[in-house]
Design a protein around this ligand. Structure first.
Ligand SMILES: Cc1cc2nc3c(=O)[nH]c(=O)nc-3n(C[C@H](O)[C@H](O)[C@H](O)COP(=O)(O)O)c2cc1C
Ligand SMILES: CC(C)CC(=O)C(=O)O
Length: 370
């Protein structure tokens, strides 16, 4: 079945016309520990910087006199048509950033034409999020040591309306989030992940506790393997994607299993100095050879970043921190406005590249600038 979303209608806030503007607005309203949890990465945050620099270091080579008059930014993933190739990456605990939490995110995303990926560690329950959703959404799964709980989470997500299951494979343990350690960051007791209530949640776990390293949850199974992905596909009845792949050999293996490839280094929050996914994207796209979708996240802040990723072989991109900035700054309307701004930038980039649609974004359009 093909579903579609309307094109985004809400104009951006006059003073907030770029994703960076939403960052500034969020920094002004968020308590410092919540801002640091959102913004931070692992250790020296080199990978956080590399993710952005990977896009900055690629230059575009625009052809001229192409005769392109209209641009079409539509993209279809697993039967769902989106007006632009942009998803919201899963981010935990939206209640830290806005009182309406994930309900605002899914509403804002649908109005802005993006598909939301809902974290296992959402503040609201999957059922509450499903009821609030006015557009398509996927479920991000952290495989739990308790496989019955894992199965139940997937079943609940599907019943609530999720149309794919994104299994995060890059977090056997959480990275060394030094900002959180310095802040003694812990989730407030009224913002515990609701989906896991009654399954050993320990409110108030403190980031300074070396046994737990930040908000890492000991219920996450560090021993997830390829056979678990096959098992999930068999029990979920949903398309399954693996999130956190950066290596072509892993991507090839996922494609052989029919598992979608979501390239990511977790926004630089796990293994510092892990490579920026954009660097290995061409090799990953070659290894996958169109068998499954290839998505990418990490450091995407501009429409030109989106077109670079697509030119190098991604089918779509995902943003993490930027939409949380917009959620913090303006709730559902903020999310819609940020997505509209990004969509406009994508349209403009296509027009200036003479690319009538996403298929026209080819590797010859990008080059290291030196
Ligand atoms: C505050 C925050 C919470 C996150 N929570 C999750 C999560 O629950 N599950 C997951 O797979 N990834 C999580 N991520 C990683 C994102 O899905 C994504 O990979 C990353 O943010 C992309 O980089 P960007 O923020 O530079 O766009 C989180 C990221 C942030 C910033
Ligand atoms: C509970 C955490 C592991 C959520 C997460 O993935 C993150 O903060 O990056």
């Amino acid at each position: 079945m093909t579903t579609s979303l309307p094109r985004p209608a809400t104009p951006p806030h006059p003073q907030r016309i770029t994703l960076a503007d939403f960052h500034d607005a969020a920094r002004d309203v968020l308590p410092a520990p919540a801002y640091d949890y959102l913004q931070g990465g692992a250790a020296d945050e080199r990978t956080v910087r590399w993710n952005a620099e990977a896009y900055e270091r690629l230059a575009l080579l625009p052809p001229v006199l192409t005769g392109t008059t209209d641009v079409d930014t539509r993209c279809t993933l697993y039967g769902t048509e989106l007006p632009a190739p942009v998803l919201l990456a899963p981010t935990a605990s939206h209640g830290l950033f806005h009182p309406d939490a994930e309900a605002a995110t899914v509403r804002g995303a649908a109005a802005g034409g993006a598909l939301t990926t809902v974290s296992t560690f959402s503040t609201l329950t999957l059922e509450e999020i499903g009821a609030a959703a006015t557009g398509p959404w996927w479920f991000q799964l952290y495989v739990q040591r308790d496989r019955a709980l894992t199965e139940d989470l997937v079943r609940r997500a599907r019943a609530a309306g999720a149309t794919a299951c994104v299994v995060t494979v890059d977090t056997p343990v959480t990275g060394l989030r030094e900002r959180d350690l310095r802040n003694g960051f812990a989730l407030p007791s009224h913002r515990m992940p609701a989906n896991l209530a009654g399954h050993g949640a320990e409110p108030g776990r403190n980031a300074a506790d070396p046994a737990h390293r930040g908000i890492h949850d000991p219920r996450i199974d560090p021993a997830v393997g390829w056979s678990d992905l096959e098992w999930l596909r068999s029990i979920s009845g949903l398309p399954v994607l693996a999130k956190g792949i950066v290596r072509p050999d892993d991507a090839r293996r996922a494609a052989e299993f029919g598992i979608g490839v979501w390239m990511s280094n977790h926004g630089g929050r796990n293994l510092d100095t892990a490579i920026a996914p954009l660097v290995t994207l061409p090799a990953v796209a070659e290894a996958v050879a169109g068998r499954v979708p290839v998505l990418i996240d990490g450091g995407i802040r501009r429409g030109t970043d989106v077109v670079k990723a697509l030119a190098l072989g991604a089918d779509a991109v995902a943003i993490g921190r930027p939409y949380v900035w917009s959620l913090a700054a303006g709730g559902a309307e903020g999310v819609t406005a940020a997505l509209s701004a990004l969509h406009r930038e994508i349209e403009l980039a296509l027009a200036l590249l003479g690319a009538p649609d996403l298929a026209a974004l080819t590797p010859d359009l990008v080059r290291p600038p030196w």
